[in-house]
Ligand binder design. Sequence first.
Ligand SMILES: [Zn+2]
Length: 179
Amino acid sequence: MLTPDQKFTAMRGDVELTAEVSPCCFMYGSGLQITVYLPDRGRTYVLKKEIPIKDATEADCHALLETVGVVPCKNCQKPAFDPATCGTTRDGECETCFLDKAMAKFNKSEKDFQEKLVKDDAKHKAKGFTHRVMAWVHPASGDDYQMIIWMVNPSDADIVAQLKKKKSTVTNDYKLIVL
Ligand SMILES: [Zn+2]
């Protein structure tokens, strides 16, 4: 019987893959699944549902690990999972490149958002608005969302009224910005 702390390793050239049986197998008694790691902690999962975890052997884990291929990252040539051999959202990129790209995308959208706010502030100021309200609407069900409105010298009660109109269960989660 396999145990959760067993580790398996395999080499691909000079790259060491490490693997362990995914904790969910033990928790749910499902089919064998292993979690495979690259040295950069990028990870993927491979499974063989037909083998119940209680019957799985070390040899099964090694055989599963053998199915995972490694390719040079399409950006930086460091080891990455071969998307043809295992389920990965990294699409042939190493973990570092993948995370860098995700961060760049996030920063770009944050920058676009801030630039649009600056423009919108100017537009509203020109029309006579004095403040921007950045509020979070907390609906009774569903996700919280941000509400941005421009107002003229609003009192707290004015802002609370706006949030009540949106049926927010919380009416003090806002920031007031002077234009
Ligand atoms: Zn890379």
